[in-house]
Design a protein around this ligand. Structure first.
Ligand SMILES: *Cc1c(COP(=O)(O)O)cnc(C)c1O
Length: 364
């Protein structure tokens, strides 16, 4: 029996003293929220780190970021999206009053299949909302062509794509708007939070004011906004975690390398996706594909008996939230057979071994 449960992930906490240093600054300034100096410092660091030409804007969480993206781009009607993602990818457009049309995913990459997207377009379609699922880039070139040809907005749910580089540049440079989540369970976090990247200064400017009630100074408004501000306390966590990024990325890569070696000769389980070519990945998740759903359920039960709790990302398919006009057989199949194994930066070699042994025994 393991001394403590091994969950699918654990948040990274920086040394407490480093966070406290930032808190001292907050106490000295007595400036707690509303685009304070820590938020601005974090935004600058995120922009520089991803080598983006336009500013990035922090928001209170990634889901609000998706809602703001839809509003900033004026999307009100039909949105084509993937059923194989976290619930927010579907719930945010629905919450904004849009309608959803699902398109199937590519079997190897698990991202939206551009052909399926194009086939799903109708005169009512206004936007494509695609997820770089598990940090694997979408077929951004093909989606770009389709969006241009049909005059559609192109939004990326880049919640998993922090630090991902595609063809030598940040993946966040693609699309009209990208949203990255900084939730506690993500690779890089500010407890709750997210940030947004826009393609044009005009859209970036809208995002900037939409996230803070639309204020234009103290007595004027750019337009209608909402409250999606990141607080100084959250930014302080982001800045504290930021210093440890190189170690976080390297440690996660080393955990995954151990998993990969351990699985090399297994027949009934394999890595769930193929990395798109010319990508520097971020090792955000380690999803595996099992031979069948029955095997997956058996494995989960056996692992739970040893206090090991992988998670079915992403299950169920998001068409449970609304009727799906188009069948998505690939997404359906993958949702039934993919399991995300425990992974976090400070996961001990012992824990990795535990998971591997339990898995190997249970798939026999
Ligand atoms: C985490 C996540 C979100 C939501 O981000 P929050 O910051 O938690 O609101 C959206 N999409 C995907 C794919 C996610 O994994």
């Amino acid at each position: 029996m393991n001394p403590r449960p091994i969950n699918v992930t654990e948040p990274f906490l920086p040394p407490l003293e480093e966070y406290v240093e930032y808190l001292k600054g907050i106490w000295a300034r007595n400036y707690l929220t509303n685009q304070g100096p820590l938020v601005r410092e974090l935004e600058q660091k995120l922009q520089d780190y991803h080598r983006l030409s336009l500013p990035v804007y922090c928001v209170a969480n990634g889901a609000l970021g998706l809602q703001i993206a839809l509003k900033a781009l004026g999307v009100k009607g039909e949105v084509i999206t993937t059923p194989f993602s976290y619930v927010a990818t579907t719930s945010c457009p629905l919450w904004e009053g849009c309608s959803i049309k699902f398109a199937d995913i590519e079997p190897d990459h698990l991202t939206l299949d551009p052909q399926a997207v194009e086939a799903a377009i109708t005169p009512k379609t206004e936007a494509i909302l695609a997820t770089h699922v598990f940090g694997n880039p979408c077929d951004v070139e093909a989606l770009e062509v389709i969006a241009k040809k049909h005059g559609l907005a192109l939004i990326y749910d880049a919640a998993h794509a922090f630090s991902v580089i595609y063809k030598g540049r940040s993946i966040l440079e693609w699309g009209d708007v990208s949203m990255v989540s900084m939730h506690a369970t993500k690779l890089f976090h500010s407890i709750e939070g997210g940030f947004m990247v826009a393609r044009t200064p005009a859209i970036a400017a809208k995002i900037e004011w939409m996230r803070r009630f639309g204020h234009d100074g103290t007595d004027r408004f750019h337009g209608v906004g909402l409250n999606a501000k990141l607080s100084e306390f959250h930014a302080a966590m982001g800045l504290s975690v930021f210093k440890h990024l190189p170690a976080i990325l390297a440690q996660r890569a080393s955990v995954i390398a151990k998993y990969q070696t351990g699985f090399a000769e297994q027949r009934r389980v394999c890595p769930a996706f193929k990395l798109r070519g010319d990508t520097t990945w971020n090792h955000a998740y380690y999803p595996v594909l099992l031979e069948s759903e029955a095997l997956l359920l058996r494995v989960m039960e056996a692992l739970a008996g040893q206090q090991i709790f992988p998670r079915r990302y992403f299950y169920p398919l998001l068409d449970v939230l609304g009727p799906s006009a188009v069948a998505c057989p690939v997404a359906g199949d993958r949702a039934r057979r993919i399991l995300c194994l425990p992974l976090w930066s400070q996961m001990s070699p012992d824990s990795v071994r535990c998971v591997l042994n339990a898995l190997k025994t249970s798939i026999k």
